[in-house]
Ligand binder design. Structure first.
Ligand SMILES: Cc1cc2nc3c(=O)[nH]c(=O)nc-3n(C[C@H](O)[C@H](O)[C@H](O)COP(=O)(O)O)c2cc1C
Length: 200
């Protein structure tokens, strides 16, 4: 396999874990081989933002995503897991949502944990690396880290929904952001209306 049916998803401890939920739901429903890793802080956000029970030792991805899927779950300490190697081909890696801490680690190539290592590898192999960053306001350090990641080949997809689709629900706001991620991965979806297309 050339890796086109494979995606790596890292979930870090920024607000907006709902973006990761929806992303995993779509990837699961589409049958994509999805390699998933949570940072320790992501579990704190899971507990704060979701009603789904969270066991960091054994996270229930089916409950999290609301669907079955071809999910392969790793701990962030598993630095020898497949996404840590350049020989492991994939369509792209998404850090969703992405904290300013993880952004800083990626920008500086620390290779720390499986998330840091897989991101470093995605950049060196010139694979897609998408960072769904979430913080406001942004410090000069965060802004510089965003520039650094962009110059290295990554893409910052700020968790920043638009309103021109006239969203009526929180789900539509979430879908706006997840749709941008799927577009960048080249994965078909019907999550949002597109500007210029006929409204239903
Ligand atoms: C409920 C909650 C919400 C948070 N939201 C954010 C956020 O939106 N952006 C951010 O950069 N950090 C946020 N943090 C702080 C990070 O979780 C913290 O800096 C952590 O060390 C990041 O680690 P990680 O990058 O390994 O996930 C939040 C923490 C909690 C508990």
């Amino acid at each position: 396999m050339a890796g086109t049916d494979r995606v790596v998803v890292a979930v870090t401890g920024a607000s907006g874990i709902q973006y990761a939920q929806r992303l995993l739901q779509v990837l699961g429903q589409q049958g994509l081989e999805t390699h998933v890793v949570f940072s320790e802080a992501a579990f704190d956000v899971w507990k704060a933002e979701l009603d789904i029970p969270c066991d960091p030792g054994k996270p229930d991805l089916k409950a999290f995503a609301g669907t079955d899927g071809d999910f392969r779950l790793y701990r962030n300490s598993q630095v020898g897991a497949p996404p840590a190697s350049g020989s492991f081909r994939h369509r792209g890696m998404v850090i969703c949502p992405c904290t300013m801490s993880t952004l800083g680690r990626v920008a500086n190539g620390t290779g720390e944990g499986l998330i840091g290592r897989a991101a470093e590898v995605a950049l060196k192999e010139r694979r897609k690396l998408l960072l769904v960053t979430r913080e406001t306001p942004l410090s000069l350090i965060a802004l510089r880290n965003m520039v650094q990641v962009t110059e290295a080949g990554g893409t910052i997809i700020d968790a920043n929904p638009g309103f021109y689709t006239r969203p009526q629900t929180v789900q539509e706001l979430i879908d706006f952001v997840v749709a941008r991620v799927l577009d960048h991965l080249g994965i078909d979806h019907q999550l949002t209306k597109r500007w210029g297309e006929k409204q239903k």
